[in-house]
Write a protein that binds this ligand. Structure first.
Ligand code: BG6
Length: 315
């Protein structure tokens, strides 16, 4: 028997399990059979499956599941930095910490509960907090799975310090693809980008959708809030919507870099693309008591339905 959204109890649709390191994972399910799995190690979404049980996020077969190292794949929460340009660890420390489940998270401005199974997680500075980033913060993450199988991540950063602080943020998202050479990324045409492979030099993208033939590591600036990744072979389109996140980071290590990474298979670059909703070009600054929110919503739809779904009005 199906559940109507009015009576759908999100608590009945979540399960707590332990991974092989004894760290809690939360499994979210919707009535149609889609699921998402979130690890308290990093607040990382490590799996997102559609109602056919197909995995939609890439995880490396060589991924290392050992705290405190972040595992390669899924969606990691990059905070308070993105990239590797300060004394804080690459992509920030949040993804290497153990988060906690928050039973009574403060309400969100938008109603994000109805018809969804969700979990609220919280990260606060611990006693052995990094000296390189000595700020009082609360980082909240709601991961929700909707009845249509869409996955949403809502992050809130609150300044509970007496002084302002600044940070960068990103949802480092490994999409699972059939073959990178069959993939198009739409929505970033004509934008300016910083090329991490050329000392962050600024270029302007051509008028065509992006296709991939070599290593890419770029920060697209002032991007639209809806972009799409089309996987022609699988006839699947990922629609990525974001709010509060002006940039999109696009990364594929390609052949040479793949071989140099110990936690990544030599050929795995063909089956993935990172497309990250992020705020990386400009620091976000919060005064004492202020809160920032950044949202990401992912849909995986058959490409034939996509022209209706990918509505340019929403950009
Ligand atoms: C990209 C960055 O987003 O992620 C790259 O722009 C980085 O510079 C890559 O190498 C991989 O990051 P990670 O943390 O998954 O190894």
């Amino acid at each position: 028997m199906g559940h109507s959204s009015a009576v759908w109890d999100h608590r009945a649709a979540i399960e707590l399990i332990k991974d092989w390191n004894g760290i809690d994972q939360v499994v979210l399910r919707n009535p149609q059979g889609a699921s998402a799995r979130v690890s308290l190690h990093g607040g990382r979404v490590i799996s997102w499956r559609n109602d056919l049980g197909e995995e939609l996020l890439f995880s490396s077969s060589k991924a290392i599941f050992k705290s405190p190292k972040a595992m390669r794949g899924g969606i990691s929460i990059c905070f308070p930095q993105f990239g590797n340009c300060s004394s804080i660890e690459q992509q920030g420390f949040a993804r290497n910490k153990i988060w906690m489940i928050e039973d009574d998270a403060p309400p969100l401005l938008k109603n994000d509960i109805r018809g969804k199974s969700f979990i609220d997680l919280l990260l606060k500075p611990g006693e052995e907090e990094p000296k390189c980033w000595p700020h009082g913060f609360e980082l909240r993450l709601r991961v929700s799975l909707a009845s249509d199988g869409n996955l949403a991540l809502i992050s809130r950063v609150r300044n509970i310090n007496g002084k302002p602080f600044s940070f960068l943020f990103g949802y480092h998202t490994y999409l699972s693809l059939s073959d990178i050479s069959e993939v198009r990324l739409e929505g970033l045409e004509t934008l300016d980008y910083l090329d991490n492979l050329c000392q962050r030099e600024r270029f302007t993208e051509q008028g065509d959708a992006l296709t991939f033939e070599s290593e890419v590591d770029r920060v697209y600036l002032c991007s639209p809030n809806c972009i799409a990744v089309l996987d022609h072979e699988r006839k699947r389109t990922y629609v990525i919507r974001k709010e509060g996140l002006p940039d999109v980071v696009v990364w594929n290590p390609w052949e040479k870099k793949s071989k140099a990474m110990t936690d990544f298979g030599d050929e795995e670059y063909k089956q993935m693309l990172c497309v990250d909703g992020a705020a990386v070009e400009k620091l976000i600054t919060l005064k004492p008591g202020e809160e920032w929110t950044g949202r990401l919503e992912l849909a995986a739809v058959p490409s034939s339905f996509c022209s209706d779904y990918f509505d340019p009005q929403l950009k």
